[in-house]
Write a protein of this length. Sequence first.
Length: 635
Amino acid sequence: MKKWYGGLVVLSLFTLLVFRFGVMDSPLLERAFQSSLFHNATDYLRSMNIGDPPVQAPNNGNQVVSTDFLVSSLFTPHNLSEAEVRSLQTWNKLDHLMSQAEGLPHAVEAIKEARGSWENLMISVEDEKRIAAGNGSASHKAKEKQCPYSIRRMNASEFSDSGFKLKIPCGLVQGSSITLIGTPGGIMGNFRIDLAGTTVPGEPDPPIILHYNVRLLGDKVTEDPVIVQNTWTLSGDWGSEERCPSPDPEQNKKVDDLEQCSTMVGKDDRRIFKSGKYSNVSGRSFVTKAGSKPRPYFPFKQGYLAVATLRVGAEGIQMTVDGKHITSFAYRESLEPWLVSEARISGDMKLISLLASGLPTSEDLEHVIDLEMLKSPPIPLHKPLDLFIGVFSTANNFKRRMAVRRTWMQFDAVKSGTIAVRFFVGLHKNQLVNEELWNEARTYGDVQLMPFVDYYSLITWKTIAICIYGTNVVSAKYVMKTDDDAFVRVDEILSSLNRVNVTRGLLYGRIEENAQPHRNTDSKWYISPQEWADDIYPPWAHGPGYVVSRDIAKAVSKQHKTRRLKMFKLEDVAMGIWVSDLKKKGLDVKYVKEDRVYVEGCELGYVVAHYQEPRDMICLWDKLQETKRARCCGE
């Protein structure tokens, strides 16, 4: 009997190894196989009474109790200065928020992670104060912590055959890039670039934010070279693959106005060369003998040096090779660049160098010559304001916030106190980012910290926080929401509101009517029938810039406190739903359309121009000061 069991074990191990190597080229199969092993092992441990598996996320019925227990330390008083307390004016009014996690992806995780991030931050703050009290070296310590703008690895000896990992200390932001110089080689010529996040408790590997897999000899689907892109889903499995060349060219969509897969990939390289359409293509692709068969163009080739760059855009991540655009990968719900903590290069790639640049970094306060001008004065509690503006921002978007401070926050109405502006920012998973953010908040006095980690799916919580601040911390006639990449002409917004002269039941902005939910599961804005069953939404105003009257903001704040507010992960649509519900209860709602709120960039005469990089913000401000007209850059 023992020999029979021993033979069975050996056979099982052999089968396991064969199957393991059989799925190596398929991330989806590999992930499914690991999941199967985990669950089988779990069942076995239970039968042997050895122990329980890791605790799964609680269902919605248990979230209220478990979450309240986990986040109690988020609201524990600390010995903070007056400037530090100002950044928590909304935080301390959001304790009810934690019981409203239902319907919002990542909600429970964001609360759990915030607890650890907050405790570590408070320990760091207390240590810094002790250092300052002891020898005055706190400023030197803070300077050493600053997030680096770029990271270079030029020593080939650091790159082993098993791959290379480059730590990204403060995540990625729009404009960040990762460039590798190397030569594909080996028998297969396959290599992978993975942008990975922080390891999740209970998981053996960190989540993959972007998986870029180059297969020079093809795979089980094709024998031709192919690039496969993918990312993890919220459930921890792989999503649907995107292939270049695509098996269905008709589905070749645009991301940041660039093709998901460049149409030249897979085409006859001699035809490309003769057409002159891709004249910047490297000449090595066209070295063919007379009478030879056509060779499809592919950006990577065994034995040839390549310079490849992944660049973070507004809508997705782009790949260029030798200066040519090759692929784009649109953001999905689980794909958030700020989460990236590591770049991994593995497979048959002989690396020469690796460079990460355009990384988020805060300004060195010692060299900010206009510091006093940029600081926001404290607002007395319940001070009457004509307009309060809440700006969505994420922790490592240091440059965007500085651009807003130097541009439209310098309008006279803001400087005089008629209008107040505050950034609403969640915590980061990275300790260094949180420390930089904390220092920024107490320096400029215009940041409101949120007691959760800043996943995109939780932005609705920020909308609630803006309504709370605009009605409970200050007393504003109107409350506006915008983004940190939007240029807002606050003078014209205020003038328009005065002309409209609607002080109750107002939703002002670029109103969308009869809009339908996105039902594509890969979309960043995917909405399931369970989340919204109807075919259309109620009227709503686009997120880059909308305004509600005080009574609506007050109702949102009150309903949140009494836990009667429907949670919906698209915050601008959520506001439309809340306004519609108030209308059903008898409120006389007035939808005022402002088509000068441009959500896809800048146009002449804008009131709000969206998708503006920091350099664009400075340019728009300079033009406005010089010409006194709302003109776009490049005009």
